[in-house]
Ligand binder design. Structure first.
Ligand code: GTP
Ligand code: MG
Length: 181
């Protein structure tokens, strides 16, 4: 494994408070480190920033979560990240549109425009969760993924049940490894 500074990789996790960023990162950690299954759903809201180091693909990767209550400082972390994830709570139908608008705003930020992004549609285990098709009707996801090629990936997940996590990891691995190529 190479982990010198030149090859360091940083992934930024953004999304509204309660969307599931911390739990998703815990699940990722569990997959990568193959730690035993335990109840890990007892998260607390992230105050400020939380940083983890995980080996993803060929590099030791910094995974940085900025709490959803700290949107004002999100741009402070745009320069240093190489890829980012945006998490939407699909069960919160009232806030999905707002979250989607926030996502598009970050996508269009000059420091983020060319970076690979994984949009995680989380909490799909909840019965009332909006489907990807419904979200597509709101923000034309299909058009965006077509226009941006493999720079934008979209995954449906449930951090609670662990579904979609293999795809989250393989997508992040492809982001990391494409930088090493
Ligand atoms: N049902 C369900 N609950 C989830 C899921 N993901 C997260 N949760 C729960 O949602 C709550 C908030 O999750 P967090 O991971 O703390 O959310 P966060 O995005 O980190 O929130 P901030 O740190 O405040 O920005 C917790 O009670 C989690 O257990 C999911 O996929 N399904
Ligand atoms: Mg958190």
């Amino acid at each position: 494994m190479t982990s010198n500074k030149q090859q360091a990789f940083e992934i930024l996790f953004l999304g509204a408070s309660g969307a599931g960023k911390t739990l998703l990162i815990r699940r990722l950690k569990q997959l990568v480190k193959q730690v035993a299954q335990r109840d890990m759903t007892d998260t607390m809201p992230t105050t400020g920033v939380e940083v983890d180091k995980l080996v993803i693909g060929r590099l030791e990767t910094t995974v940085r979560e900025v709490g959803g209550s700290f949107t004002a400082v999100w741009p402070n972390f745009f320069s240093d990240c190489h890829a980012w994830c945006y998490v939407i709570d699909m069960s919160d139908r009232v806030s999905v549109s707002e979250a989607a608008v926030e996502f598009v705003n970050v996508m269009m930020h000059e420091k983020m425009r060319n970076k690979p992004v994984l949009l995680i549609l989380n909490k799909m285990d909840i019965e009332v969760a909006m489907t990807m098709k419904e979200l597509d009707a709101k923000i034309l996801l299909n058009d965006m993924t077509r226009d941006l090629g493999n720079r934008l990936c979209v995954v449906e997940a449930s951090a609670t049940e662990g579904t979609g996590m293999d795809l989250v990891l393989s997508t992040l691995t492809s982001f990391v490894d494409s930088r090493c190529a």
